[in-house]
Design a protein around this ligand. Sequence first.
Ligand code: ZN
Ligand code: ZN
Length: 373
Amino acid sequence: MSLNARKKSAADAAKAAGVDALLVTHLPDVRWLCGFTGSSAALVLRNEAASGARSTRSPIRAVLFTDGRYIAQANAEAVGTEVVIATKPPLTESCEWIASAGVKRCGFDRTHTTVAALDNMRKAVPAKRRKSLFVAVDPLIAKLRQIKDAGEIASLRAAALLGCRLFDHILSFIQPGMTEMAVAAELEHAARLAGAEGMSFETIVASGERSALPHGHATLAKLPKRGFVTMDFGVVLDGYCSDMTRTIHIGRASAEERNAYDAVLEAQEAGLAAVRAGVVTGDVDAVTRSVLRRAKLDQWFTHSTGHSLGLEIHEDPRLAAKRTEKLKAGMIVTIEPGIYMPGKFGIRIEDSVLVTRSGCEILTPSPKAWIEL
Ligand code: ZN
Ligand code: ZN
């Protein structure tokens, strides 16, 4: 989808929400709409057809406000968008522009606008318009971003495959006695050398009893001679995130550990098999949970089954209990059941998948069968 098509769909969503302009400040939304990747931005989208303004241009007017650090970058990236280098804070200047351009009702994202920001937005416009001009709307751009287009899918696929290559690499690197930090550092170093712009989130390496921490960030703890190592990591390529988790075992495992691993793997594969366009997200969560219930392990499954991802690591829809959104073709979601038994061990297995009409395509095809190093 071209940037112009994205702006058009955003303007249509704004119109449907009853506003004639949209102020976009959440940076991933700004990037998705106009291509700008800088850290300071306020983007105004205005449907000029709705306002009756006469113009030979596209009826969608997009104006990006940023600051002096980004003159060259904004002009290079935000092709097709008017760029204003603000001398005041970009948010203030964008709101002044909105008021002077005759916008009647400007939507702002209720989930990404702080009380302080709203205060500043209102102070930037004439007193008589302070109450009526800005209207809180649902996250319209996040909703549009849920379905990935062909270019986005290609970027997400490439990021996921790099993640798989890193997992292969780390298997040959891991030794008992090295620190979790050393494992995380090697993963991240190799990711950078392979072209990753960064990691999607703080790399999780949790070993031995620490594997029972669902978000056990790497520490100076040493990998045990016998025990699990959970690694959950992702890279950013072309702005898009990858996400995968594998749990391996160092040394010989007990029957309990082995059975628990098999149960988590069965739950994860049942979750994958349940993914298809039209399926309710909460139902996928119920599938993974029911497998672990049969194995009498569900009390240790203390988080939801998965989430969507794209420009951000955690996007909607979530695959969680009682959620009612339906999966659609073109969504990218994770399936990541896990169990965490305090004082003993933890296991999680996570793939990222592309939702299709008939099922899903696994973007992270690294081996999941029992690995004992
Ligand atoms: Zn993950
Ligand atoms: Zn995840």
